[in-house]
Design a protein around this ligand. Structure first.
Ligand code: PCG
Length: 114
């Protein structure tokens, strides 16, 4: 619900997304996302702490509950920043295809409503 675009999902579509996510554990110092790479996953940080780096400069940190990795998925661009685990982190991942399919279901349901 912290995410502006995910909170617009119909409750059943939100549940479907959660059902399709799987957990990955990253150790301290491990890269979750590398700037400039293609991106095929959307992530939610469940536990731990992450830092965001762009052109070698620290932009900020992300705490549990944060959705990230959405820019490459929504705008079809390369990863705009590097995301690195500051401590061991539990992260939920959702692949691009599943995300887009479920987002389209919500959009379709809204169109039918109007
Ligand atoms: P994406 O797909 O570009 O991959 C890196 C992610 O870092 C990005 O999506 C955002 O979700 C996340 N992020 C968090 N804070 C920032 C920020 O300040 N700038 C940028 N570019 N990305 C950020």
């Amino acid at each position: 619900m912290n995410s502006d675009f995910l909170k617009k999902l119909e409750p059943q579509h939100m549940r479907e997304m959660v059902d399709c996510m799987y957990e990955k554990v990253y150790t301290k110092g491990q890269l979750v996302i590398q700037e400039g790479e293609p991106g095929n996953y959307l992530y939610v940080l469940a536990e731990g702490l992450l830092e965001v780096i762009q052109n070698g400069k620290l932009l900020g940190e992300m705490c549990p509950g944060t959705v990230f990795g959405e820019l490459a998925i929504l705008y079809n661009c390369k990863r705009t920043a590097t995301v690195k685990a500051v401590s061991q982190s539990h992260i939920w991942a959702l692949d691009r295809q599943t995300f887009q399919t479920i987002m389209m279901r919500t959009t379709k349901a809204r169109h039918e409503e109007y």
